[in-house]
Write a protein that binds this ligand. Structure first.
Ligand SMILES: *Cc1c(COP(=O)(O)O)cnc(C)c1O
Length: 407
C-alpha cells in the first residue's frame, strides 16, 4: 500500500501500461459486442448479481471501465474493499438508503443534524418510504429501534462544521450500519471506514472533481455491501457518465495538494474573520472551542477548507459586495465560493429545525479555494466593511458582468 499522495496519483491506473496508454481512455460505448451470446448471458448474470466486473460489460448501465477505474482509486484512498459511483451525491445517498432500509425492510433512519440540506430533505420527506429520527451524537443508541436500518452523519457537518465522533456513533449504533458523509473532509483528512463506518459517502461534485465541472457521487464500502449498491444502480439507472468518471478520477491526483493549499488559507481566513468587528461567530475546526471531543489530529488529520461565519451585516448585502469570491452554492472548487445556507442549501430544512441544530439564519458558508489568501482577505474585508460604494458596483461589477455576457 503506497502513501496518500502516491495512491492519489496512481490509483486505478494499473491497467494503463498494458493498454499502451498514459491517460485513462474514456469508454463511451453504451453496448458491447457479444459474439457468444451464452457467454454474454453469464456476464450479464454476474453483473446483475453485483459483481465488480465480468468478462464483458455487456451494456454501460451494468458496468463501465472508465467509471470502474475511478472507483478503484477512491476505494484505495478510503481503505475500503470497493467503491460504487453514482450520477450525483444525492443518487448515492438514495442508493445507500435503498440498500440499508428498503431492501432489508428496516424503514427507520437515525440521523445527526445538521446534514446537507438535500440529504435532510430526502430523509424527512418520506419519499423512499423511510421515517427519520433526528438525534444528537450521544443519543444514537436511545433512538435505535428494531426497525432501524441506517444511521446517518456528516463530519465536519454541512454547513456549520460541527465535528462528530465517528467511532462513538458507530459504538452507539451497534449492529446498525453507519453512513458517514465524508464530502467535507475528503479521504485526505479522514477515513471513516477505518473507524467502523459501513458506508463512506462523497458528493464527488465537490472536492473529488475539484473544478466545478462534474456532478457525481460515490460510496466506499466493503465489496459485500458494494454488491447491493451495484444491483440498485443497475435497476434504478443512477449511473455516473464515463466522462464524469474520467474527470473525478483525474481530480483525485491533485486532491491532497488542493486540500493542503486551501486548508492553509482557510485557517488564516478563519483567524482573521474572528477578529473582524462585523463578524459574529466563526466556525472552523482550527478555532479554539471548535473541537470539544479532541477529534482534530486523531479522527480528522487536518481542519479542512470550509468555514462558516455569522455577520452583523445583512448576509445578502455582504455577498452582493464581493468582487472576487464566487457567490454560488456547492463547494470544493478551485475558486472560493460563498453561499447563505438559510436561503439556499438548507432552505428546505424547516427554520426551527435549522436553528435547533445550530445553523443560524445569519450564517454564511465559505468554501476556500486556491486563490492568494491576501486577495481573498481584501475582498472579504471590503464586503464586510461595506466600503464598496454604489458607484463602484455600477462602474466595475455590472460592466464585467455585461462583458461576461450574463444577465
Ligand atoms: C453537495 C452535497 C451532497 C449532494 O451531492 P450532489 O452531488 O449535489 O448530489 C451531499 N452531501 C454533502 C455534504 C454535500 O455537500
Amino acid at each position: 500500500m503506497t502513501r496518500l499522495r502516491t495512491t492519489a496519483v496512481h490509483g486505478g491506473r494499473g491497467d494503463l501500461a498494458a493498454l499502451g496508454v498514459h491517460a485513462p481512455p474514456i469508454d463511451l460505448s453504451t453496448t458491447y459486442p457479444i459474439p457468444d451470446q451464452a457467454e454474454g448471458g453469464l456476464a450479464l448474470q454476474a453483473l446483475a448479481e453485483g459483481a465488480a466486473h465480468a468478462a464483458s460489460p455487456v451494456y454501460s448501465r451494468l458496468h463501465n471501465p472508465t467509471v470502474a477505474r475511478f472507483e478503484e482509486a477512491l476505494a484505495a484512498l478510503e481503505h475500503t474493499g470497493a467503491a460504487v459511483a453514482f450520477g450525483s451525491g444525492m443518487a448515492a445517498v438514495t442508493a445507500v438508503v435503498q440498500a440499508a432500509c428498503v431492501l432489508t425492510s428496516k424503514p427507520h433512519v437515525v440521523a445527526i443534524r445538521p446534514v446537507y440540506g438535500g440529504t435532510d430533505h430526502l430523509l424527512s420527506s418520506g419519499l423512499l418510504g423511510v421515517r427519520t429520527t433526528y438525534a444528537t451524537a450521544d443519543r444514537v443508541a436511545d433512538a435505535i429501534t428494531p426497525d432501524t436500518g441506517l444511521v446517518v452523519l456528516e463530519t465536519p457537518a454541512n454547513p456549520n462544521l460541527d465535528l462528530v465522533d465517528i467511532a462513538r456513533v458507530v459504538a452507539g449504533a451497534g449492529a446498525v450500519p453507519v453512513m458517514v458523509d465524508n464530502t467535507f473532509a475528503t479521504p485526505v483528512l479522514q477515513n471513516p471506514a477505518t473507524l467502523g463506518a459501513t458506508y463512506v459517502l462523497h458528493s464527488g461534485t465537490k472536492y473529488l472533481g475539484g473544478h466545478g465541472d462534474v456532478l457525481g457521487g460515490v460510496v466506499a464500502c466493503s465489496d459485500d455491501h458494494a454488491k447491493a449498491l451495484r444491483q440498485i444502480r443497475i435497476i434504478t439507472g443512477a449511473v455516473l457518465h464515463p466522462l464524469g468518471g474520467y474527470l473525478l478520477h483525474r481530480g483525485l491526483a491533485t486532491l491532497p495538494l488542493r486540500i493542503e493549499a486551501s486548508q492553509r488559507s482557510a485557517v488564516e481566513l478563519a483567524r482573521r474573520l474572528s477578529g473582524h468587528p462585523s463578524v459574529g461567530l466563526v466556525r472552523h475546526p482550527s478555532l479554539p472551542g471548535a473541537d470539544p471531543h479532541g477529534l482534530v489530529g486523531t479522527q480528522l488529520r487536518g481542519t479542512g477548507a470550509v468555514l462558516a461565519f455569522t455577520t452583523r451585516e445583512d448576509p445578502t448585502a455582504v455577498v452582493r459586495r464581493l468582487r472576487l469570491v464566487t457567490p454560488a452554492v456547492s463547494l470544493g472548487s478551485v475558486d472560493t465560493l460563498i453561499e447563505h445556507p438559510a436561503a439556499l442549501t438548507h432552505r428546505l430544512v424547516p427554520a426551527d429545525d435549522r436553528r435547533a441544530c445550530d445553523v443560524p439564519d445569519d450564517m454564511l458558508r465559505l468554501s476556500v479555494g486556491l486563490e492568494d489568501v491576501e486577495d481573498l482577505w481584501e475582498d472579504l474585508e471590503q464586503a464586510l466593511s461595506g466600503e464598496c460604494d454604489r458607484d463602484y458596483i455600477k462602474t466595475s461589477s455590472s460592466r464585467s458582468r455585461a462583458l461576461a455576457g450574463s444577465h
